[in-house]
Design a protein around this ligand. Structure first.
Ligand code: HEM
Ligand code: NAG
Ligand code: NAG
Ligand code: NAG
Length: 335
């Protein structure tokens, strides 16, 4: 009897302890997100987002990739607050002009369509940041990837950060350490880094994002020898030494539109397109093990991807009275 009471209370202490870090991390950001946030205020919200995304992806397959990436670029800069969606205006210097986004980030018109459909049904209720988080999930599912419940309740920012966009979003030629550090700064770890990089199982890259590997990887006129040399010759045809900066290449040349684990299999075959993809195998034991694990087991990749997307979606949201619900995703209210 005594023994049992003891074990029960021990269990309670442990479960309280295990909950504590969650409470602290969420509270310190002034509130928390949950999937049922709009269940009363806009019960149609999730369906509306899904149907607009489905139409857009039916029209152009790549849109799934573009929307997924947009959520990433939103979350890393000042948290998931819709900052990436703001256009230039008298008070805003748009993140759309940053190195990672310029001539590259896309899907803004689809976000506009989602937002106007939401405004029609539930005016002033659903934030642009939440719409984008839902669109990223729906895009993943449409491409054949995993699903997850999207925690909701984010508010939209009243500002943007061009310097944040330039400095915080990892660049394709950053070292493994720099990339991992950039993930750690926003509370993500090496498991999240490898799983979320699996997004590169869909979508495109421009020549300019990986040219360095083909011709002059380390400034000594030599290519990156960790890139399969016959794959490299193929790439060179449309990615010459100079010119063709905007030419497009599949990030996963095997199954370019299907969300699966071929991204990881390609890396094992030295056919990761970006330097930031290949270094996951070559520059860290921990990430190498993860690449191998996900290449071997698609289910494991899917489960971790979903978890890591929720984690990324929780980066410093504006909640409660912070921020606003924008009427138009491209501009702050009353401007
Ligand atoms: C780990 C660091 C990362 C780096 C260095 C990186 C870099 C890049 C680059 C250079 C491109 C091609 C852009 C262009 O040339 O126009 C790209 C595309 C893409 N990225 Fe990443 N990325 C990273 C992580 C992520 C994450 C975490 C996600 C999503 C969760 C993501 C999703 C995508 C998608 C879906 C595309 C294709 C977009 C399209 O076709 O429109 N990436 N990324
Ligand atoms: C925003 O305006 C700045 C100049 O104030 C300009 O350099 C930049 O290219 C503009 N950004 C976009 C996305 O048009
Ligand atoms: C990475 O690429 C950028 C843009 O092309 C370039 O300015 C920079 O020098 C490169 N950095 C390294 C370490 O190669
Ligand atoms: C390679 O890059 C270095 C440093 O950026 C530059 O000085 C050199 O001229 C380049 N070599 C070739 C062959 O392009």
């Amino acid at each position: 009897m005594v023994k049992m009471a003891l074990s029960v209370s021990t269990l309670m202490v442990f479960s309280l302890l295990s909950l504590a870090p969650l409470c602290f991390s969420q509270k310190s950001k002034g509130g928390y997100l949950y999937p049922q946030y709009y269940d009363h205020s806009c019960p149609q919200a999730k369906e509306i987002v899904k149907s607009v995304v489905a139409k857009a992806v039916a029209k152009e397959t790549r849109m799934a990739a573009s929307l997924l990436r947009l959520h990433f670029h939103d979350c890393f800069v000042k948290g998931c607050d819709g900052s990436v969606l703001l256009d230039n205006s008298s008070s805003i210097i748009s993140e759309k002009g940053s190195n990672p986004n310029r001539n590259s980030a896309r899907g803004f018109n689809v976000v506009d369509d989602i937002k106007s459909a939401l405004e029609k049904e539930c005016p002033g209720t659903v934030s642009c940041a939440d719409a984008l988080a839902l669109a990223a999930r729906d895009s993943t599912v449409l491409a054949g990837g995993p699903s997850w419940d999207v925690p909701l309740g984010r508010k939209d920012s009243k500002g943007a950060s061009l310097s944040g966009s330039n400095n915080i979003i990892p660049a394709p030629n950053n070292t493994f350490q720099t990339i991992l550090t950039k993930f750690k700064v926003v509370g993500l770890n090496v498991v999240d880094l490898v799983a979320l990089s699996g997004s590169h199982t869909i979508g495109f890259s421009r020549c300019t994002s990986f040219r360095q590997r083909l011709y002059n990887q380390s400034g000594n006129g030599q290519p990156d020898y960790s890139l399969d040399q016959s794959y490299a010759s193929q790439l060179k045809k449309n990615c010459p030494r100079s010119g063709g900066d905007q030419n497009l290449f599949f990030l996963d040349f095997v199954t370019p539109t299907k969300f699966d684990n071929f991204y990881f299999k390609n890396i094992l075959a030295s056919k990761g397109l970006l330097n930031s993809d290949q270094v996951l195998l070559t520059k860290s034991e921990a990430s190498m093990e993860l690449v191998k694990k996900y290449a071997e087991n698609n289910e494991l990749f899917f489960v971790q991807f979903a978890k890591s997307m929720v984690k990324m979606g929780n980066i410093s949201p504006l909640t409660g009275s912070k921020g606003e619900i924008r009427k138009t995703c491209r501009k702050i209210n009353n401007s």
